[in-house]
Ligand binder design. Structure first.
Ligand code: ATP
Ligand code: MG
Length: 301
């Protein structure tokens, strides 16, 4: 009798509906995604023409491919407060109907989730979630502080495997964030400035060589000592430029808009002027980018 009960068509239907409601990932359709994502990057991510273009092309291409052979793996680099987390959130906001609140958007931080070097990522139940949503996103923050062994334990998930423990990771997106390479990116931006060239004229090729040299020469960072790098698991290394005074102004105005306050140029200028800029003599780039602008705003209103 018990067996018959479980075979009841009504019950099977109820379970199927419940599973569809709770265990599938509501995604935007690709055509909805592409235009809005481009607009979002254009309007919301300030001063990052290289990162915006690279991220758009990489994610757009990946999401348009119904059968990718491997997950998309991006590594975002740059000075603090330049928008690495912010850009990752923009991706999630445009992919998932529930945005960054989606249970398929996972953020791991080296210092928060893995304070002990021996901690193993495989123990994380989060991997199982991918069975419900192949288009899951995994952000690894502060990867330069992660243990190489920990990073190596992610390797199988990034590879060309059809299935791992019965689930496929080929449609997932992995994003690594770090400040690694921030110095050389800033130096290149400074060299352009000093040569009287426009920031918008900096091209990815201008940064590729100095960035990769600085990453591969790094003997301290767990991420760069891990085999993820030597095995070429990363599809794109994406540089974030240091932000200038005008970008900080844009960030303050955006924050005011988010709070429903009319963007006030005077408030934005006073706040932006109070930040510290480098190099000391020229005061070109904000040392904290746009970080903490949201917290500071209160004092200038
Ligand atoms: N380029 C940007 N365009 C728009 N807003 C930005 C930009 N950079 C930073 N911000 C704002 O500043 C906040 C902090 O930036 P974010 O956390 O993305 O920096 P980060 O590059 O991840 O820095 P860190 O290396 O310190 O983690 C963001 O939530 C966003 O509001
Ligand atoms: Mg960050």
């Amino acid at each position: 009798m018990f067996v018959d009960y479980w075979k009841s068509p009504a019950l099977i239907l109820t379970f199927t509906i419940l599973k569809l409601l709770f265990y599938t990932c509501p995604l935007y359709r690709t055509y909805e995604f592409i235009n809005r994502f481009a607009d979002d990057l254009d309007l919301k991510l300030f001063g990052q023409h290289i990162a915006a273009h690279s991220i758009l092309k990489a994610v757009e291409g990946f999401m348009s491919n119904a059968n990718p052979k491997k997950p998309l793996v991006l590594s975002l680099h740059g000075w603090t407060g330049t928008g690495k987390n912010f850009a990752s959130q923009l991706i999630a906001e445009n992919i998932y109907k529930e945005g960054i609140k989606s249970r398929f958007f996972h953020v791991f931080s080296a210092t928060h989730h893995f304070p002990h070097p021996k901690q193993h990522l495989q123990t994380y139940k989060v991997w199982k979630g991918i069975a419900d949503c192949e288009r899951s996103m995994f952000i690894f923050d502060e990867v330069d502080k992660m243990d190489p062994k920990l990073m190596d334990s992610i390797k199988p998930y990034l590879d060309y495997y059809d299935k791992l423990d019965g689930v496929s990771y080929q449609k997932a997106i992995f994003i690594f964030l770090s400040n690694e390479g921030g110095d050389v990116i800033a130096q290149t931006a400074l060299d352009f400035k000093k040569a009287g060239r426009r920031r918008e004229d900096i091209k990815l090729v201008d940064l590729e060589t100095p960035l990769s040299r600085s990453l591969f020469d790094n003997t301290q960072s767990g991420f760069f000592r891990s085999s993820l790098i030597s095995k070429k698991m990363v599809d794109y290394f994406i540089p974030f430029l240091p932000l200038e005074y005008n970008h900080v102004i844009q960030c303050v105005k955006a924050e005011m808009k988010t709070r429903g306050i009319l963007p006030n140029p005077d408030v934005a200028e006073r706040l932006a002027k109070d930040l510290v800029y480098f190099p000391k003599s020229e005061r070109i780039f904000s040392t904290i980018g746009c970080k903490t602008v949201d917290k500071k705003l209160h004092f200038y209103l």
